[in-house]
Structures are given as structure tokens and as C-alpha cells.
Design a protein around this ligand. Sequence first.
Ligand code: ADP
Ligand code: MG
Length: 376
Amino acid sequence: MADLEIKDLVVEYSSGGYAVRPIDGLSLSAATGELVVVLGPSGSGKTTLLSCLAGILSPTCGSIHVAGSDVTQLQGPALADYRRSTVGIVFQAFNLIPSLTALENVEVPLTLAGVSRKEARARATELLHQVGLSDRLSHRPGEMSGGQQQRVAIARALVHDPPLVIADEPTAHLDYIQVESILSLVREIAKPGRLVVVATHDERMIPLADRVIDLSPKVRIASRPPERVVLAAGEALFHQGDAGDLIYVVEEGEVAIVRVRSDHSEELLTTVGVGEHFGELAPLLGLRRTATARAHTVAVVTGYTIVDFRKEAASDPRLARMFAAAGYAEPNGSAGPSKKRAAKRSVKASAARRGKTAKTVVPARGVKTAARRRPR
Ligand code: ADP
Ligand code: MG
């Protein structure tokens, strides 16, 4: 039985010297028999999450219980046993051995586990029959369509009858005709005694899922009243990696925009003063915050939704282009901050961004260990 319980999972990488947290405090539970779909655009952390589930990557913190034992605590033979018997993996690029037939590809993990040749052949034949490939047993990967190869890969993932199957974008390399058979096969293999977790950015999987975990940064598009925030000196308004839906205008004081390095020290990118704005990238482009905003002095900022803030965009060609690219037409009416003020802000903000990059280091926040690849 593979009931799954993930608690407060955090994975932090060092990327180009900066700290990246694709998974930051994820919790979820799922029951055996379910098909869990992990949804999100490229870079949102799907492969990272599946690697943790597969026992290939140690998270920075948090726990993952599969059938009662914490995968993050497994080591040595127990970890090897988990990877072999508890979890079956289906990869985006099939990962079949090109010189072997479909049957031999499915037999390999069985013979490696010490199963007799005859028994392995019988089991592999049965599995290939289950995935609808009885007539392709002696074909090599190069002689099969992408969909057929992926079905062989699914059969291979099932050889040890694992209670947990994970699939990383199993339809990414397939045309729409082949996608259908893989989607229904994935749905079929999630049955009593087996939990299936599929990462995809293919929204066609959603109707088949028992549970959808969306890793996309959430942006609330709807208009809502501006939010005024008073910050003490040194206080963070948002952190690098957070989802972000507001664009901020500084009313009083100064806000530092800092990038967190992988050693958790902070690099000052720019400071934003009265009348200037910051934080437009995340809500406009659907990204996570690419830097932390921290009050330099006591500061007062007002957060506007995209809908409200875009009323200012016309006066700043760079912003206007971004709004247009993100699908926001030029606004009508003039609610929100006035265009005259916006123009002043925009000029100051671009000057600030041009002139003040990567100059100063401000003190570190608490240090945590980064994720590391687990020994094989
Ligand atoms: P997805 O599978 O949703 O495309 P990933 O889990 O592959 O996302 O990556 C999530 C983020 O983590 C990305 O920003 C990626 O660049 C970063 N990342 C992934 N693996 C590593 C790694 N080994 N080292 C540094 N950064 C990584
Ligand atoms: Mg991926």
C-alpha cells in the first residue's frame, strides 16, 4: 500500500551562485489507487519533486512518507531496495536500450534482480500484452513509434509491481494521436495497490486525475483595493522564490532589491526610492520573485494588482511592451495612481535599475544546507 504523505518539503539548489527554491514548503497526501497529476510550466519544480519521490534527490528539509516509511531518511541497502521495488519510473525520453528488443528491455530489470530468464520472459511478455504491445515483442526501439516506446517504458516500470509509479512528462515527445493511448494507460495503471504520480504541463491530464498539484506560481488577476504595507528597517516585503501578484510603489523610505546567493548572503541589485515601482516581473510574466525586497529604512509601499497598475503602463514604453506581451491591452479610464506620477516614477526607476547593480553585500540570513544528489 503506497499512501503518500509529503510534509513541508523544501528543495533549494545553487544556480549560478544564487539560491533557487523550486519547491518551498510543499505538503500533500494521496491514497493508493489515485492518479496524482503534478502540473506546472517548465522550471516549476516537477522533476525536482519526482526525483525526491524516487529517492534520487535529498530535499533540503521536509519529509516524504511512502507506505509509512520516510524516503528522505533511507540509506544504503534500504534506499537501494526502495528504488528497486517500491518505485517504478517512467522518463520523458523513454530511456530504452536501443540494441535490445521490446521484450529484452522489459526483461533487463528482472534478470538484474536475479529472476530466472524463463520467468523474466513470461513476466515481460505479460506486461507488454497489458500495455497493448503483444505484436511488438521483437521490435527494437528504433522500429517503434514514440507512443509504443513509451508503452514499453511503462511496462518496464511495472516489472516489480511497484506500489508507486512516477512518470516525468510521459507525453512530452509524442504527437496527439499517441498521447491519447499513453494518457489512458497511465490512468489504467493507477489502481488499488498502486499510486501513480505524473508530472506534466499537459492540461489534458487534468480530467483524468484524482488530485492535481499545481506548482505554477499563483497570481490573482482580479482587481482588488491597493494594499498599503508599512515595513520596519530590514524587514522583507517578499522573498526570492515567492509567487507574486502585486506591483509595488514606494510611498516613503527606500526598499532594497537583493538577490540571495547560494551561501544565503545577499547581493544588492538596486534600491527603490519614493515614487518608484518594483516587482512587476513576477505578476506580469507568471514567474516567481527573482529577488527579495527588503526595506532599507522604515518604508511604506502600496501594492497594486496588474489590472490597476497597467493604467500607468502607457507612460513607460518598457512596461507597455511587457503588458502587451503578457496579453494586457491598453487600459481605459484613469483609476489608480495618476499618469503624471507614473511617468516620474518610471524614469526614476529605470535610472535606478541601470545605475545600481551588484554593488554592495548586505548581511546574510540563516544558513540552511542545500539539496544534494543522493549517492547511488
Ligand atoms: P521542471 O521539471 O518543472 O521543468 P525542474 O525541477 O527541472 O523543473 O527545475 C526547477 C528549477 O530548479 C529550475 O529553475 C531549474 O533550473 C532548477 N534546477 C533543477 N535542477 C537543478 C540542479 N541540479 N542545480 C541547480 N538548479 C537546478
Ligand atoms: Mg522536468
